[in-house]
Design a protein around this ligand. Structure first.
Ligand SMILES: Cc1cc2nc3c(=O)[nH]c(=O)nc-3n(C[C@H](O)[C@H](O)[C@H](O)COP(=O)(O)O)c2cc1C
Length: 354
């Protein structure tokens, strides 16, 4: 009951905030930017952190959902996909019942990302989804590493993923080294995820298009650490090149695949005008990805490599479908933006359908 009302309340408040904000933008002649609403939402949700007893967001994970991923124990197979830079939000979602989280992709240096607006809701084939071309804004690897080491809260027993980005192979390796030298030995539950598939940076695509370079980067990483390394692939990569890529990298030990990232679309093909979305195109996430994600898991199953299913999962049925196809963990981004109460809902569904 508590879950039902809070979820409903969250969705109503989110919708109302969007409506009120758009009216305000219209009145003052300001450009509508969904990122403002999202930042506002994160800010407001942070206030719940000081609420006694965590009434709004503490949901226990039902028994029986424990999942082992490369020997690491996830209390639930649900994890946050790499997209959220607000660490407080990630911690809150853990209390909602995630089994682990992945930090937003970290680049070598601090970046402001692409020109705004760069985040929008769109309807694709009748499905409400999100398009983003954030351009990997972030603090850069140095400050990121410091923040993880210095905040006690990350010392807990929860597995987390560090997503590595780069504009070329040297940059990927540099970002990895900065993380590995400072974090790998301190955090035994840490896994690395290499983002070869982000469609927001022109050069960021190269590794997914060049399996030999990818193999080089992975081999360099493997020389330095024993932590699992997950390769996050794109739903836009065609089946043959995906198979060729996995065939190339499978000799590396403790490799997993995250299927997958957002799917690139031109802004005009999703009905967006330039003043509402500055970049020429961006990555679509949410429901339109679901079937492609399932197909990728089927395709990769014969390799017997652990898989994280990411793309359009927002319900217990969809999570179950991905697990039944052979995924070990379930990554979620859009569903957490739209309604984080989906976490306990999905956990309950999975527990009662085991
Ligand atoms: C606003 C936003 C930012 C994202 N940033 C990243 C990122 O930094 N690194 C990454 O690997 N994926 C990023 N993603 C992709 C998500 O991790 C996920 O792969 C994708 O959204 C598909 O999952 P979903 O359908 O559950 O949203 C981002 C997605 C969104 C919506």
């Amino acid at each position: 009951m508590r879950l039902y009302f809070f979820s409903l309340g969250y969705r109503i408040i989110r919708k109302m905030s969007i409506i009120v904000y758009s009216i305000w933008c219209f009145i003052v002649g300001r450009t509508y930017d969904l990122e403002d609403v999202s930042d506002f939402g994160n800010h407001q949700m942070a206030k719940l952190d000081s609420f006694p007893f965590g009434l709004f967001y503490t949901f226990s994970i039902p028994r029986g959902l424990q999942t082992s991923f490369f020997g690491h124990n996830f209390k639930s197979p649900l994890i946050a996909a790499s997209f959220q830079s607000d660490k407080k939000a990630l911690l809150r979602w853990l209390k909602f019942g995630l089994g682990g989280i992945t930090f937003k992709t970290i680049m070598a240096d601090s970046r402001v990302g692409n020109e705004r607006p760069r985040l929008s809701e769109v309807i694709i084939a009748g499905n409400r989804s999100i398009i983003n071309a954030m351009g990997l804004p972030g603090e850069g690897v140095g400050p990121f590493v410091d923040s993880i080491i210095n905040e006690d809260v990350w010392q807990m027993d929860i597995p987390f993923g560090l997503s590595i980005g780069g504009n070329n192979k040297e940059e990927y390796i540099n970002v990895f080294n900065a993380m590995n030298q400072n974090l790998s030995s301190k955090f035994p539950h840490l896994f690395y995820e290499i983002n070869i598939s982000c469609p927001n940076t022109e050069d960021g695509k190269t590794l997914s298009e060049n399996p030999d370079e990818l193999l080089f980067v992975l081999s360099e990483m493997r020389k330095e650490c024993r932590n699992p390394i997950i390769v996050k692939v794109s739903p836009d990569q065609d089946d043959n090149s995906l198979l060729e890529m996995v065939e190339t990298i499978k000799p590396i030990s403790d490799i997993g695949i995250n299927a997958g990232n957002t799917s690139y679309m031109n802004r005009k093909d999703v009905g967006l005008k330039e003043h509402l979305f500055k970049p020429i195109g961006g990555g679509v996430s949410g429901l339109p990805l679901f079937l492609r994600m399932l197909n990728m898991i089927k395709l990769l199953k014969p390799f017997n490599i652990p898989i994280i299913a990411t793309g359009g999962i927002d319900s217990g049925q969809k999570a179950m479908a991905a697990l039944n196809e052979g995924a070990t963990l379930i990554g979620m981004a859009s569903a957490l933006i739209v309604d984080p109460y989906c976490i306990p809902r999905i956990n309950q569904y999975l527990a009662s359908h085991k």
